[in-house]
Design a protein around this ligand. Structure first.
Ligand code: FES
Length: 127
């Protein structure tokens, strides 16, 4: 397991630190590696995963909703807590062979306190 803490400036706290203005995240890679991350509220899930060093998440467009390489599978327990999917996000996801009911683009998930404990898995590689 890998632990890291992030805010808008990047890695800022010692592993294991938990702040009241942060959320805890669980990310499982394709290879089954588990990452426990803590992030400041307001960042996108894509930014936090990318900046943690998980290189399986390409995020090629940098979060402008044009690549779908930030695809994640959200644990069913947390799907209902996310903001509704936009038509543009839905269109991009429609082109993915690995799309599942829990599919979302992590650049469109803005971390907020209600998402504490959010768990996602990186889907099968498409590129
Ligand atoms: S990073 Fe390109 S769509 Fe999310």
């Amino acid at each position: 397991m890998v632990r890291a803490t992030f805010d808008a400036e990047g890695l800022t706290a010692s592993p294991g630190d938990v702040r009241t203005d942060s959320v805890s995240l669980a990310v499982t890679t394709r290879s089954g590696e588990f990452h426990q991350l803590n992030s400041a509220i307001g960042l996108s899930l894509m930014e936090v995963i990318r900046d943690s060093g998980v290189d399986e998440l390409l995020a090629l467009c940098g979060g402008v909703l044009s690549c779908a390489t930030c695809h994640v599978l959200v644990d069913p327990e947390h799907l209902g807590k996310l903001d509704p999917i936009s038509d543009d996000e839905d269109d991009l996801l429609s082109g993915l062979a690995a799309r599942e009911p829990g599919s979302r683009l992590s650049c469109q998930i803005r971390l907020q306190s209600g998402l504490n404990g959010l768990a996602v898995t990186l889907p099968a590689e498409e590129w």
